[in-house]
Design a protein around this ligand. Structure first.
Ligand code: THU
Length: 235
């Protein structure tokens, strides 16, 4: 995958305006991100947030960000929080980069993996780790929740996982697994349910509860009457 593929992996059915972001970690690893819009516009994930939170969810520290969103109003807040510098992207300077590939083999034990993933969550505010795994035609993609001191600048585990899957070109998100150690009943928040409806309609959502029980729900049952409107084009 190279930068031109990343532009193709954008999910921008509403604005048709693509963006990409690349984060180089302190270890020199590259993490990409694309823009992922939602029919409820405020739930959209910017390319920068997608790339940055991919890096953080893998336990790495961002050093530099390259993006065409460099003037986005949220970037200075993340720069201050995570200590990286933001640069305008220059595609010619960023050729031949190898991205960290997050796909996991389909033979992993999902429950063990969900439990291990909890240690990767960035939960300085809540100390409430959440993990997620999304199954795609390419394999499994993982996510953990990433928190910021400004709470609304963070992202839930489910959306971090969906962000990685789309960035790497998955087009068929087949099911989603969610786990939390502390909640009596693991359950996606309302915002995640709306995002799930956009990418996993009619798909199974597996909730792995703190007592090791599991419940399986169709996405429609988790969010009846989800927001949609024929006047918001997704073609
Ligand atoms: N959280 C998730 O990661 N997923 C959900 O669906 C519910 C909430 C996270 C967000 C925040 O980091 C913490 O749990 C407390 O709200």
């Amino acid at each position: 995958m190279d930068i031109s593929d990343l532009y193709d992996h954008n999910y921008v059915p509403y604005s048709k305006k693509t963006s990409v972001a690349l984060v180089r970690s302190e270890n020199g690893t590259w993490f990409p991100g694309v823009r992922i819009e939602n029919i409820s516009y405020p739930l959209s994930i910017s390319a920068t947030q997608n790339a940055l939170f991919y890096c953080l969810s893998e336990g790495e520290q961002p050093a530099e960000l390259f993006t065409d969103e460099v003037n986005a109003s949220m970037i200075p807040s993340w720069e201050k929080e995570f200590g990286f510098t933001a640069n305008a992207i220059n595609n010619n300077d960023l050729q031949n980069i190898t991205f960290k590939n997050p796909v996991l083999d389909s033979d992993i034990n999902k429950i063990d993996h969900l439990k291990q993933l909890l240690d990767m969550a960035v939960v300085g505010e809540s100390n409430f780790p959440v993990s997620a795994i999304v199954k795609t035609e390419q394999g499994y993609f993982t996510g953990v929740n990433i928190e910021c001191t400004s709470w609304n600048m963070g992202l839930c585990a489910e959306r971090v996982a969906i962000g990685k899957a789309l960035t790497f070109g998955s087009t068929n998100l087949m099911s989603l697994e969610i786990h939390t150690r502390k909640g009596e009943f693991s359950s996606p928040c309302g915002a995640c349910r709306q995002v799930i409806m956009e990418h996993l309609p009619k798909k199974q959502i597996h909730l792995h509860h703190a007592d090791d029980s599991e419940s399986i729900h169709f996405s429609e049952d988790l969010l009846p009457h989800s927001f949609s409107s024929s006047s918001l084009s997704n073609r």
